[in-house]
Design a protein around this ligand. Structure first.
Ligand SMILES: Nc1ncnc2c1ncn2[C@@H]1O[C@H](COP(=O)(O)OP(=O)(O)O)[C@@H](O)[C@H]1O
Ligand SMILES: [Mg+2]
Length: 266
């Protein structure tokens, strides 16, 4: 299992849209993908065809002491989703206390899913520091930090990078964090300037940029991914490009094994 945690210092930058569309792009490339919604907004399901009346999810199951196997929702584009579920305020508080007291909660549950070594788990998180982000960082092999091409996002990069380092850097399996700049409007001078500054300061860490494209929000309104709704849109091309780059970065264990097998046999 390869765990990719999607995080951001601010809300509304497009974490959930990125999680849903990247998950679909990776699945379209033949990878088995599980998307995990760790955001109490429970919004990832809206990208995955889950009926809006459905309230089940990992939060409710955890409080009820039930396993996660039956929660897995099969989305039309091949991605499997573990929704967060709906909780009232009181249960939300209980759940967050539970997470603080059980730092291994996510790691233990992911192990019960019986995933293969090269299955990809993409985790959506709420903005900023939270018990949910800490759980998702504790299991991450890589972190995708979603930003906007604006000064406020630029200023938060050192802070979120330090947070990721605190939780991830000491784990041997951690492979690094990447920046994904979303909703880029290249017609705006400021966006171009900030993007250039980001490239100068963090070039190799930038996984890609996603243009601001109405197709992303329109796709959600039609309960689709951007690939179904507008496969030739700029955003669809951008997401495809990011998915290709990601797959190049992830050394697929099966390929690596066969490579090692060949060289050791030579
Ligand atoms: N590349 C994009 N182009 C245009 N709109 C986008 C893009 N990415 C996200 N959005 C829109 O921005 C809003 C916030 O996106 P969302 O994924 O919910 O952000 P977050 O999960 O970070 O709060 C939504 O209305 C979404 O449709
Ligand atoms: Mg979100």
């Amino acid at each position: 299992m390869i765990v990719l945690t999607v995080a951001s210092p601010k809300g509304g930058v497009g974490k959930t849209s990125v999680t849903a569309n990247l998950a679909a792009a990776l699945a379209a490339r033949g990878r088995r993908v599980v998307a995990v919604d760790l955001d109490p907004q429970n919004a990832l399901r809206l990208h995955m065809g889950v009926p809006p009346t459905e309230i089940s999810g990992t939060s409710r199951s955890t409080l009820a002491g039930e396993p996660w196997g039956r929660l897995m929702f099969q989305a039309p584009h091949g991605v499997r989703l573990l929704p967060f579920g709906e909780l009232n305020d009181q249960d939300m508080q209980r759940f967050e206390v539970y997470l603080e007291e059980h730092p291994e909660w996510l790691a233990e549950h992911l192990r019960t899913l019986g995933l293969a070594a090269d299955d990809i788990v993409l985790i959506d998180t709420p903005p900023g520091h939270s018990p949910y982000l800490r759980q998702a960082l504790a299991v991450a092999h890589r972190v995708l930090i979603v930003l906007l091409a604006d000064a406020a996002s630029y200023a938060t990069i050192p802070q979120i990078s330090r947070l990721v380092d605190t939780h991830c850097a000491q784990r041997r399996e951690f492979q690094g964090s990447h920046l994904l700049v979303n909703q880029v409007d290249t017609a705006r001078h400021l966006a171009r300037d900030v993007l250039n500054a980001m490239r100068a300061a963090y070039g190799p860490r930038i996984l890609g940029t996603i243009h601001s494209d109405q197709a992303v929000s329109e796709a959600l309104a039609y309960d689709q991914t951007v690939f179904d709704y507008a496969p030739h849109s700029v955003a669809a091309l951008d997401f495809n490009h990011c998915a290709d780059k990601l797959l190049n970065l992830l050394a697929p264990p099966s390929l690596l094994r066969s490579f090692l097998g060949q060289t050791s046999g030579a």
